[in-house]
Design a protein around this ligand. Structure first.
Ligand code: AFP
Length: 322
């Protein structure tokens, strides 16, 4: 089985980018260990603080954020970083070749019920300028040099794209290394499975209500086939399922907070997942266009998300253009 570092070398990944990805992998192995210790590692429960999103932080949100920051800032490869848990960007090494945006622990409301969570990361080339600012992060996701996530599930998996398709690695606990287990991820164009939080149904815009109603109508309805539904409440786990067996995932705009474009964050959730899904032959859209073409306006910007099987995403978008 090929280890992560040799696979990156073999696929001609720029050495500094390969080194950065390896650092992220090491940091996530450390997070995985603490998660697997559960209650014994004192990581459960709330940290008693709110983050910049106004969300109550779990202890492991704080621990994983601090851990990732330490690893990244001491790697020498990171010019600056942005995190879901940090109000503004954190400057790194002046000579660092990359910018990193990350969600240190996506799905953290699942921690205390021993359900799946993950770390999501997005990597851009550092700017040529002397001084780095938030403005340097505000570039469309199509510019990403790499994107990926680590899913802390029954097995710990690293899923990665450097722009040459999508590969999956599994943590081999015997040697403590990520080894290549899927060389080329491909999402089927059609599906019979969708993921959405149905409890928000009455708050969605009419096109999404109509689209989902037609899925639920099954073989008796206009789609003339039955659909299955899944919702893990961790984007990283729902997207992993789609990369493994297809499907459509959406977290649409809703009118609970009409000024918010959606719940998911562009820079460190929608963009990295959008790169992975597109590189695997799927589609990733907001309700108006490809996620990777969105010009960001601030690092914690939110967007509505519709991603997965290309034909099913097109079918969903069709309700929005009718
Ligand atoms: P948390 O990290 O606060 O648990 O939120 C996870 C998330 O951002 C994303 O990973 C899920 O798809 C989505 O929120 C779940 O949202 P709901 O709890 O509203 O279903």
């Amino acid at each position: 089985m090929q280890r992560l570092s040799s696979q990156l070398q073999q696929s001609s990944t720029p050495p500094e980018l390969a080194s950065l990805i390896d650092v992220i992998a090491v940091a996530c192995k450390d997070i995985a260990f603490r998660l697997q210790q559960g209650a014994m590692s004192g990581i459960l429960g709330s940290a008693g603080e709110e983050n910049v999103q106004g969300e109550t932080q779990k202890k492991l949100d704080v621990i994983s954020n601090d851990l990732l920051k330490d690893y990244l800032l001491s790697s020498g490869t990171v010019r600056a970083l942005a995190s879901e848990e940090e109000e503004s960007i954190v400057a790194g090494n002046d000579k660092g070749g990359y910018l990193v945006a990350f969600d240190p622990l996506d799905g953290s409301s699942n921690i205390d019920i021993n359900s799946m969570v993950g770390t999501i990361f997005s990597i851009f080339d550092a700017p040529a300028t002397d001084v780095v600012s938030e403005q340097d992060f505000l570039q469309p996701g199509r510019n990403q040099a790499a994107a990926g996530y680590v899913l802390y599930g029954p097995s710990v998996m690293l899923v990665l794209s450097t722009g040459k398709g999508v590969q999956m690695y599994t943590l081999d606990q015997r040697i403590g290394e990520f080894v290549l287990t899927v060389e080329k991820v491909a999402i089927a164009r059609d599906t019979k499975e969708f993921a959405i939080n149905m409890s928000n149904q009455r708050f969605w815009a009419e096109p999404m209500q109509s689209y989902i109603a037609d899925l639920l109508a099954g073989s008796d309805g206009p789609r003339q086939k039955n659909f299955n539904m899944r919702w893990v409440a961790a984007m990283v786990a729902d997207v992993h399922r789609i990369l493994c067996r297809g499907g459509l995932f959406t977290y649409p705009w809703d009118n609970r907070e009409p000024d918010k474009a959606g719940k998911l964050r562009l820079m460190y959730e929608a963009n990295p997942m959008g790169m992975l899904v597109e590189q695997a032959g799927g589609s990733a859209y907001t309700d108006t266009g490809p996620i990777l073409d969105v010009q960001p306006e601030q690092i914690h910007q939110r967007v509505p998300v519709i991603l997965g099987a290309a034909n099913e995403v097109a079918a969903c978008l069709g309700y929005h253009t009718e």
